[in-house]
Write a protein of this length. Structure first.
Length: 246
């Protein structure tokens, strides 16, 4: 009984160490709704890395004589569309992906080997056992077959809007944007994260852009709270799933 209690305590300690501060925070928030994340500068978060992409050689601005138009300018009048760090634009997230894949593979092979010499020196007998030597020195048969089938049927749909902030302007004028949105309903928080690179030319006159025009797009939709917590396996189960080979 004592050893069993020690084992249970050991598993509990391992689960606490795996959870770390997350477990302590959850215990401190018993009976309270999950807190919203504080608004912060994305460029100051841990792990943030500025985007680096192949860029063309910068071209100096040139003006024609007696003209207000700058060569290479994208517009004559300045508009309110996002174009510099800190500006805000609206991303229209419209995902409707479907994929159906079916694969089937069959393979079979059969081999048969029969080699030897008949009646070598007549039919000599093996000493001691006094039995004749087989007419074939070596025979072998082998056969193998395999069959595999796989199917994928996936359908995903997400339609929503989110405001994003320009966090970086690349040398060629493209904008790096990132938007985060959190909505709390009772004890559950819904999170939406969108990030990527957009061309200023793709931004509409109403300062919106479709998610299909975002390069290197990163879109995450999920949540956290009581319902999400119940749907996740316990730390002990996750620990064993990693270690056990079967």
């Amino acid at each position: 009984m004592h050893s069993r209690l020690v084992f249970i305590l050991g598993v509990a300690l391992i689960g606490s160490s795996v959870g770390g501060c997350s477990t302590i925070d959850r215990l401190a928030q018993l009976g309270e709704p999950p807190p919203l994340t504080a608004i912060e500068d994305p460029t100051t978060t841990a792990g943030y890395k500025p985007v680096q992409m192949p860029m063309p050689t910068p071209q100096p601005a040139s003006y024609s004589p007696n003209s207000l138009w700058r060569n290479g300018s994208r517009a004559f009048f300045k508009d309110q569309r996002a174009h510099q760090v800190g500006d805000i634009l609206t991303i229209l997230v419209n995902l409707n992906d479907k994929a159906v894949i079916a694969n089937e593979t069959q393979r079979s092979r059969e081999n048969k080997e029969d080699s030897g010499v008949d009646n070598f020196f007549g039919k000599p007998k093996v000493p001691i056992m006094n039995t004749p030597v087989p007419t074939r020195i070596f025979t072998g048969d082998s056969s193998s077959s395999s069959e595999g089938k796989g199917t994928v049927n996936r359908s995903e749909a997400l339609t929503t809007n989110i405001a994003a902030v320009v966090t970086q302007v690349l040398p060629n004028g493209n904008l790096v944007v990132e938007g985060r949105q959190e909505v709390r309903v009772n004890f559950e928080i819904r999170e939406l994260i969108v990030a990527g690179i957009v061309r200023p030319e793709d931004i509409q006159s109403d300062n919106t852009i479709d998610s299909t025009k975002i390069a290197q797009a990163r879109i995450a939709y999920g949540g956290r709270g009581q319902i999400t917590d119940v749907q996740q396996p316990r730390y002990g189960q996750q620990f064993l799933d990693v270690l056990l080979p079967f």
